[in-house]
Design a protein around this ligand. Structure first.
Ligand code: CP
Ligand code: NVA
Length: 308
């Protein structure tokens, strides 16, 4: 059975640290081309993507392999070919597949039928590659030298409790750090993720809290994280969401409640002036474009973790 990365829960502390350590080495040497020579990575996107597509394609190229970007609109799947048959067929051609899908269950079904590693490139439920890249950014900025040191960090997520927040909750529960989600009532997180995380937190010592109060949520936070108020696929709710999420904007006032000098993070793309002000995005406390860069380094480490 190949190893997949569908959820952050597919990894343990050791795995996460291995991926981060590999990414750090690759980032500092930038010389390891050839490690995936002769291998091919299929990239299937049912939704738009800038960072995930380009970082995986460049990562594969820099490791000596071939990235094949497959627009989901052009695959026979669009005309009704089953996920099972698509997975079985692609497994005969490529060595690994990244999939960004509307439905998490579709990625799970693809993985069940694939004989190659499958990587979740974002679903409605999770975005594991983004969180791994973000953990690399936190490790660098906070000079974390061992996996246990993540426990000293408090991350506050302000905004929608969907895919990004779910993956953060999973990561906190595995690594044992403090995590607070401040979101409007009934905007997540996923009950299954929360339940599983609470169980895994018992072992790791993590503290996971969910509140509706953004000021309370960011109290003492070292990292304040946000994401768009309207995710891909939810565009019909755009106007309603703008109203509901208004008190959850990451701005100068909100950050007065966080730890002084806290780091501001965003997975991007951002809607400047909605979930985050331009002032805060461009402020020296923002590490948002370092996060974007780290997607490249972490993708290499993820590919090596699954393929080597
Ligand atoms: N953060 C992220 O996954 O960006 P893209 O949607 O551009 O891939
Ligand atoms: N929550 C966002 C993340 C984008 C990277 C979305 O799903 O659109």
């Amino acid at each position: 059975m190949p190893r997949h990365l569908i959820s952050v829960f597919d990894l343990d502390q050791k795995d996460i640290w291995k991926i981060i350590t590999t990414a750090r080495k690759l980032k500092s040497s930038r010389k390891k081309a050839g490690m995936l020579s002769g291998r091919t990575l299929g990239l299937i996107f049912e939704k738009p993507s800038t960072r995930t597509t380009v970082s995986f394609a460049v990562a594969m190229h820099q490791l000596g392999g071939l990235p094949l970007i497959l627009n989901a609109q052009n695959l026979q799947r669009k005309r009704g070919e089953s996920i099972k048959d698509t997975a079985k067929t692609l497994s005969r051609y490529v060595d690994c597949t990244v999939i960004r899908a509307m439905k998490h269950s579709d990625v799970e079904e693809f993985a069940r039928n694939a004989s190659i590693p499958v990587i979740n490139g974002l679903t409605d439920k999770e975005h594991p590659c983004q969180v791994l890249g973000d953990l690399l950014t936190i490790a660098e900025k906070k000079r974390i030298k061992s996996v246990k040191e993540f426990a000293k960090v408090k991350v506050a997520f302000v905004g929608d409790g969907n895919n990004m927040a779910n993956s953060w909750i999973a990561a906190a529960s595995i690594l044992g750090f403090k995590f607070t989600l401040a979101r409007p009532k009934s905007y997540g997180p996923d009950a299954y993720v929360l339940d599983r995380a609470q169980k895994s937190a018992v072992k790791s010592g993590a503290s996971i809290e969910v509140t509706t109060d953004p000021k309370e949520g960011v109290r003492d936070a070292d990292v304040v994280y946000t994401d768009v108020w309207t995710s891909m696929g939810e565009e019909a709710e755009l106007e309603q969401r703008k109203l509901v999420f208004k008190p959850y904007q990451v701005n100068r006032d909100l950050l007065k409640n966080a730890r002084e000098g806290c780091m501001v993070m965003h997975c991007l793309p951002a809607i400047r002036g909605e979930e985050i002000t331009s002032e805060i995005m461009d402020n020296p406390g923002s590490v948002i474009f370092d996060q974007a860069e780290n997607r490249l380094h972490i993708q290499k480490a993820i590919l090596l973790f699954l393929l080597k």
